[in-house]
Design a binder for this molecule. Structure first.
Ligand code: EPU
Length: 433
């Protein structure tokens, strides 16, 4: 099936967008929250779940395992996993999304067994799962690998607590083992754990059901296993706002906005970006759950460039590296973009060069950007969902028309993006095939 694409009419560097851009619930918080439903004793109700393809895929995987997943009239997602009795993840779906591996934690902890293929996902570099496997093994699981992927079996009596040190902080690794440890016998300590807000959110969700967890948001998380299902929380758990979407909108507002407010977001989660943009001269007002960017009177004046080194939270998020690079193409000076987390996440820069950007790619991890350079509209094929959104931003800034293919990739993480962009004055059409 041919994919949808977007046609964007660029503003040629003018800052004219105005109005409100509303941020949806976080994809990367929603996915582990859906997986956590396997640990609850009744239907888990989640609010502010974004309508995006990755959530659909996670929901379909849960259904294939035997769960019931539906939306109620308010748009809340209700997940009942009582009838789940399957321990093998549906192969094709699991291969489509890296985050499918999160399901391994709760399935292994609840049923003592799980089977899954090597997870797929966006092409942003090698994405091993060795740290997940080592963690499970420390908790007593035996791992068998073959053409089918991985088959893990817990010891008799179930997983046991363990002291696990992540040689590299991993977001989904921390989440997966946190889920497993919640239901293991005894105490688990996760050291050098990831600090991302999605982890704090997951810990709070599990704790609302009776899990005993402390230390989330710090490098050491301690979990005392509860050995029975968690109680469904009385109130709907709302997914936290997507900080990457908020950050991308902030960059768009800085580059092309006259007066844009970004609503339903958590500014504290993108402090690093806010501080960087302010240094560059962007006028940002931080509100409670909102951000506002007003162009300075001397509009279209170039911002000051800044260098980026991606880092685990609260450092500069790798997921904002591509949108920020678009910002740098429009800023005065030379900046180094150093991608430290993934080794295939700068490939998109060649398309920005084709649009007129002055970017030198030094190796898989480093590029330098000289600006400002006007961008020209182009035909673009987004390589991953965050770079796809960066292309939309570049297309809006550019002069003339751009066609952004692979809309499916953007849809994986951003709910009906074109509708929201139109509301602030972007000329964008989705062409469906
Ligand atoms: N790593 C290992 N071994 C492992 C696990 C990770 O070597 O077993 C390495 C990775 O290769 C990478 C680093 O550790 O170099 C960090 O990767 P991490 O595991 O933290 O990434 P992830 O959990 O797979 C999540 C987000 C990504 C985001 C990264 C980094 C979800 C579902 N995905 O991925 O989001 O880029 O953290 O912040 O939470 C996106 O939303 O578009 C996206 C790619």
């Amino acid at each position: 099936m041919a994919d949808d694409f977007f046609i964007v009419q660029g503003l040629g560097g003018k800052r004219t967008l105005a109005g409100e851009l509303s941020v949806r619930g976080s994809k990367n918080a929603a996915l582990p929250a859906l997986a956590s439903a396997l640990l609850f004793d009744g239907p888990l109700i989640l609010g502010n779940v974004p309508l995006i393809d990755d959530v659909e895929v996670m929901g379909e995987m849960l259904e294939e395992l035997g769960a019931e997943v539906k939306r109620n009239g308010n748009g809340d997602l209700i997940i009942q996993t009582k009838k789940v009795n399957e321990v093998a993840l549906p192969r094709e779906l699991a291969k489509r999304m890296r985050a499918s591996v999160i399901l391994a934690g709760p399935i292994l902890a609840r049923f003592g067994e799980v089977e899954f293929p090597h997870p797929g996902g966006c092409v942003i570099g090698a994405r091993p799962i060795d740290l997940f496997l080592e963690g499970f093994e420390k908790m007593g699981a035996a791992n068998e690998e073959g053409d089918f992927g991985y088959r893990l079996r817990a010891p008799k009596g179930g997983l046991h607590g363990a002291d696990i040190f992540f040689r590299q902080p991993t977001v989904t690794g921390t989440e997966t083992l946190l889920l497993a440890a919640t239901r293991a016998r005894g105490t688990t300590i996760l050291r050098n754990a990831a600090l991302e807000p999605e982890i704090v959110f997951l810990a709070e969700l599990l704790r609302a059901g009776g899990a005993q967890i402390k230390g989330e948001g710090t490098p050491t998380i301690e979990i005392i296993g509860v050995e029975k299902s968690l109680r469904v929380p009385k109130k709907t758990i709302r997914i936290i706002p997507d900080r990457i979407e908020a950050g991308s909108f902030l960059i768009l507002a800085a580059l092309a906005g006259k007066d844009v407010s970004i609503t339903h977001c958590e500014p504290e989660h993108i402090r690093m970006l806010i501080e960087s943009l302010r240094t560059a001269g962007v006028n940002i007002e931080v509100g409670k759950g909102s951000l506002r960017v007003c162009a300075s009177l001397k509009k279209e004046k170039a911002y000051k460039s800044f260098s980026i080194k991606t880092h685990e939270y609260p450092g500069f998020p790798t997921d904002l590296q591509a949108p920020a690079t678009v910002f740098l193409t429009q800023s005065n000076g030379e900046a180094l973009v150093h991608e430290t987390i993934f080794d295939g996440r700068l490939a998109y820069t060649k398309d920005l060069v084709a649009m007129g950007a002055d970017i030198a790619l030094w190796d898989a991890h480093r590029a330098s950007v000289k600006g400002p350079t006007p961008l020209r509209g182009k035909e673009l094929h987004g390589p991953d969902l965050r770079a796809g959104l960066a292309y939309l931003i570049a297309a809006i800034v550019a002069r003339g028309k751009s066609v952004v293919y692979n809309a499916r990739l953007i849809d994986r993480g951003h709910e009906r993006i074109e509708e929201r962009l139109k509301k602030i004055g972007v000329t964008i059409e989705r062409v469906s095939n």
